[in-house]
Write a protein that binds this ligand. Structure first.
Ligand code: FAD
Ligand code: N01
Length: 548
């Protein structure tokens, strides 16, 4: 049932809704606002009990953005950005959730959102040009369009360990942290996972817990945040400069301006290189890898960035052997998501913190009182670590997890089957044979490699413009042409293969989920390139899309 084959007016009555949006994080909220402005009848369905998505669910201690708030915030409404005051350079989760609630109140979004309800199935009705949407409360409704605002990092990865059920302490997931908070003071705590969530949690709880055991499978590169409270003057400056800041964001590779270098590594002389890296380190944040134009293309350039970052770890950790264990050696900088930290490595100078390298001391399982690992080399046998609380900071089934969790079918069969070897999309926005179904920041768009707020706004605007055009023209169906999709899949894969990204076992590659097909999921060509490409497609009368 491709769009072109099914061209023509739909057979029966008007669907219940013009659009159903799945998810009420920053994507779903803005999409609702935009479609309302077009006069569409819209319903949002959200599994959580409030807006905010990521910032509703991830309430672990220390959770905060790794992109400064002046970039990581909505740009679509000037009054909104002028009236909102960020308290810190990098906002923390409670403030981000407040911000999401403020936006929902300000634009009166709640009345069109059904909370506490999960979309379980979507079935395309080719003759009606509409989707049948089924929820876990048993409701069925029809909608012309469905927009998946389901998030790239919204399905937690919950690894199993032998004996976990027998553990009598508390098991907490960073991604589903209890809303009432948890008092960890004086407790013996273990954290499994040293990605961004793990690093932030570890840094925040180390001073208050009795003992902290960190179980590290892969060490991570971390760049200092240099976070600080914003002064009134800072806020005034930001508000005054928003037009310029936002303009720069939409024109940059990462969707936030970090002064991307245009100079290749080899064009620098030796003396310059350290100065360039020191300056990037001083600025802090994710712009570190933009120090050279080819940081993620040239193994030599990348190795230098890695050496420099490792030397910084050495400076921060008193014990040399421990510092060595905390250094990543096995993958290029930036090929796994870098962390942005505030005092992470210094945590290991504390007497109450112990690092277990899972490579040397694998986790053998759990007992009623704690975790069993292999004893340190030379000692033989097992070691039992008694703890009161285990924190799983074990990540997400990223990018495709939330889409795959919904049973999506059309005449072409199941989308899960279509994507069994990896996602296939056109522009990361739609997939052939599943008409009128959009993914915001979907796989094969820049999404997770960028400031997500900017990527979200661009996708929402793209979708909204397309639906406005369709309404004006009286068309009721759109899908990518299979050959356009084939081209885009090949282009994104080929671009990815030119970079160092596939050299890491990362969640970008699906490598963190046992059995998941390995494919580089985000588009690596830069958001500025992507936006220009998409705008070219719009100018070309939505080249590659078939309307009916
Ligand atoms: P989400 O915020 O994930 O919202 C999706 C919503 O859809 C969720 O509320 C979920 O409950 C709902 N949902 C999913 N499936 C269904 C279903 N079947 N039925 C009903 N509802 C469903 N990005 C950055 O750019 N900068 C950062 O600093 C940054 N920090 C992050 C920190 C953490 C801890 C995490 C986990 C992610 C971070 N991200 C960051 C990425 C972040 O996910 C995005 O920035 C952004 O919040 C995504 O918004 P979203 O609305 O697209 O998705
Ligand atoms: O998840 P992760 P995350 N046994 O997948 C380990 C965003 N974010 O929630 O690396 C033992 O990065 C796993 O080990 P390995 C950001 O985009 C941003 O931390 O696979 N260990 C890894 O160390 C980020 O990248 C912020 O070898 C196991 C960790 O668990 C993304 O969300 C904050 C294991 C998971 O790390 C995901 O980050 C938080 C097992 N069975 C999140 N399974 C900001 O700072 C997994 N691990 C803005």
């Amino acid at each position: 049932a491709t769009a072109s084959a099914a061209a023509g007016a739909p057979e029966t009555q008007t669907p219940d809704y013009d659009a159903v949006i799945v998810g009420a994080g920053f994507s779903g909220m803005y999409q609702l606002h935009r479609l309302r402005q077009l006069g569409m009848r819209v319903r949002v369905i959200e599994a959580g009990d409030d807006v905010g998505g990521t910032w509703y669910w991830n309430r672990y201690p220390g959770a905060r953005v790794d992109i400064e708030s002046r970039h990581y915030s909505y740009s679509f409404d000037d009054e909104l950005q002028q009236e909102w005051d960020w308290s810190e350079r990098y906002a923390a989760q409670p403030e981000l959730l407040d911000y999401a609630r403020h936006v929902a109140d300000r634009f009166d979004l709640h009345r069109d959102i059904t909370f506490g309800t999960r979309v379980s199935a979507l079935d395309w009705q080719d003759r009606q040009h509409a989707w049948t949407v089924t929820t876990d409360s048993g409701e069925r409704l029809s909608s012309r369009f469905v927009i998946l605002a389901t998030g790239c990092l919204s399905v937690p990865q919950e690894p199993t360990f032998d004996g976990l059920d027998e553990f009598r302490g508390e098991v907490l997931y960073t991604s589903r942290w209890p809303h009432e908070g948890v008092d960890l003071s004086g407790k013996r705590v273990a954290v499994i996972g040293t990605g961004s969530s793990g690093l932030q949690t570890i840094t925040a709880i180390a001073p208050e817990v009795a003992s902290l055991t960190v179980l590290q499978r892969t060490p991570n590169f971390a760049i200092p945040a240099h976070n600080h409270p914003l002064t009134d003057d800072d806020r005034a400056w930001i508000k005054e400069n928003y037009p310029q800041l936002r303009g720069q964001d939409f024109e940059s590779a990462l969707d936030f301006y970090v002064d991307d270098s245009q100079v290749l590594f080899a064009e620098h002389d030796e003396a310059e290189i350290d100065a360039v890296l020191e300056e990037r380190w001083r600025r802090g944040g994710l712009g570190y890898t933009r120090a050279f134009a080819d940081s993620l293309l040239s193994a030599e350039a990348n190795a230098r960035l890695a050496d420099f970052a490792r030397a910084k770890i050495r400076e921060r950790v008193a014990d040399e052997k421990l510092a060595q264990k905390l250094m990543p050696f096995d993958y290029p900088v930036g090929a796994k998501r870098m962390c942005v930290d505030t005092g992470y490595f210094e945590v290991y100078n504390r007497d109450n913190v112990r690092l277990i390298d899972i490579g040397e001391q694998p986790i053998e399982g759990f007992t009623a009182s704690g975790i069993v690992v292999r004893a340190p080399e030379g000692r033989g046998g097992r070691e039992e670590i008694d703890v009161d609380v285990v924190v799983m900071a074990t990540g997400f089934d990223a990018m495709t997890g939330a889409v795959d969790a919904i049973d999506i079918t059309s005449d072409a069969g199941s989308l899960r089957d279509k994507w069994q070897d990896g996602p296939r999309t056109y522009l990361g926005l739609m997939t052939a044979d599943y008409p009128n179904l959009f993914t915001i920041t979907g796989p094969q768009s820049p999404s997770v490699l960028t400031n997500m707020m900017t990527s979200i706004e661009y996708h929402v605007d793209f979708i909204s413009r397309m639906l406005e055009k369709m309404t004006a023209e009286g068309t009721t169906q759109v899908a990518p042409r299979p050959e356009a999709e084939e081209h885009w899949v090949n282009l994104t894969n080929d671009l990815g293969a030119l970079t160092l990204m596939p050299k890491a076992q990362s969640w970008y590659m699906g490598a963190n989920i046992p059995g998941k097909p390995q494919a580089l999921m985000p588009f690596v060509g830069g958001s500025h390139v992507y936006i220009n490409y998409c705008e070219g497609i719009v100018v070309g009368n939505y080249h590659g899309f078939a309307f009916g």
